[in-house]
Design a binder for this molecule. Structure first.
Ligand code: TRP
Length: 362
């Protein structure tokens, strides 16, 4: 079987370095390796609305931001179908049928939904649409027959949910849907990049992100004020690596070639870490190196973004074409699903014949 790949992001803000190392980078690698039949990249506006019902303008504005970020990191509209979730009506229909295959308590146990409910302080006023978004995400994935879903670690519970729904659907209605598999970043430090403040996660609401579109001086200022080891006060003090965001970023981002280019006194990250833990290496020097690494990563991304920004109508055209193609593909799956569930009354001659016979006519 040839691979079908699908991924997506909610358009609630610009994409940041955490998105890049956690998912985007891998997506572009997979896209360029070419070992697939189809690759879909979805802007999940309908999912974004599940907790932004009162903020539709935010979602609307961020569609173009996310798409610019996609194009600037190298998502290629000639290789990938980039589309907008809400423009594919079959996704809603599929979700409605999948809802019958999932219990409320199963959704309540989903760890990602749990922590998101906490983060948003929903307490007892959880919007139903938000609560059920893992089901709609299953529709996103299965509508395209995706078998590979490159995502960040936080999405694993969604994939588990999707696999359960697929198995249940196929067991009840016959082999119809494809069971998807998550593909995580190749490097462990990239699973979840901490915020610049050292908190568990880069998040817009915590204000601790380095955005892909940030200008060089903004990036530098954010890196220079990053959280390190609070006990590393004098340069001669031994420094700690655990919980030290600067080193986590280096783990995720730096390669030996960066040392040759920017910090040739060390051959690799292990040597730098050894010096830091031994004492005698100041945070400033490490931060300057990290800045050089990140600037060299972001600079081509920023340049490509500026090129695309010159032709916004072309981007809407890409999204429109992609959405049309996605709509067709999803409709095919929906039709198979309805056949399997036998809710295809008018195209089922056998049904009409059998019902006629019941009433004594042939
Ligand atoms: N939940 C994902 C996120 O928050 C976005 C998303 C929606 C998605 N549908 C998807 C990701 C389908 C992968 C597959 O980033």
């Amino acid at each position: 079987m040839k691979n079908v790949i699908l991924t997506g992001d909610r358009p609630t803000g610009r994409l940041h370095l955490g998105h890049y190392v956690g998912a985007l980078k891998r997506r572009v690698e997979i896209q360029n390796a070419g070992d697939y039949e189809k690759m879909y990249v979805m802007i999940a506006d309908a999912q974004a609305l599940t907790d932004n019902a009162e903020n539709p303008e935010k979602v609307r504005q961020n569609i173009i931001e996310v798409c610019l970020d996609y194009l600037s990191v190298g998502v290629d509209p000639n290789k990938s179908t980039i589309f907008i979730q809400s423009q594919v009506p079959a996704l809603c229909e599929l979700s409605f049928y999948y809802m019958n295959l999932v219990t409320v308590s199963r959704l309540q146990r989903n760890p990602t939904v749990k922590s998101e409910i906490q983060m948003r302080n929903f307490e007892t006023s959880i919007p139903v649409g938000f609560f059920t978004y893992p089901i709609s995400q299953t529709a996103d994935i299965t509508a395209f027959g995706a078998n590979i879903v490159p995502v960040g670690e936080d999405q694993l519970p969604m994939l588990e949910q999707a696999r359960e729904i697929v198995r249940k659907f196929n067991a009840i209605y016959g082999e119809t849907l494809v069971e998807p598999e998550a593909v995580l970043p190749s490097n462990k430090a990239s699973f979840r990049l901490p915020g610049t403040d050292g908190k568990a996660k880069m998040s817009k609401s915590l204000g601790n992100c380095i955005y892909l579109a940030d200008e060089p001086d903004e990036v530098k200022a954010k890196i220079m004020s990053m959280y390190t080891d609070p006990d590393h006060i004098k340069i001669t003090d031994p420094g700690k690596l655990e919980g030290n965001a600067v080193f986590t970023y280096l783990d995720a981002l730096c390669e030996d070639k960066h040392f040759a280019e920017f910090l040739p006194e060390y051959a690799n990250l292990d040597e730098l870490k050894a010096h830091y833990t031994r004492g005698g290496l100041g945070d400033m020097k490490v931060k300057k190196f990290l800045n050089a690494v990140i600037q060299s990563l972001l600079s081509p991304i920023r340049e490509r973004r500026k090129e695309w920004e010159k032709d916004i109508p072309a981007i809407y055209e890409i999204l429109k074409n992609g959405s049309e193609r996605a709509k067709e593909a999803a409709e095919e799956t929906l039709s198979k699903v309805k056949d399997a569930m036998k809710i295809n009354y008018f195209s089922d001659e056998e049904l009409i014949r059998a019902q006629s016979e019941k009433y004594g006519r042939r």
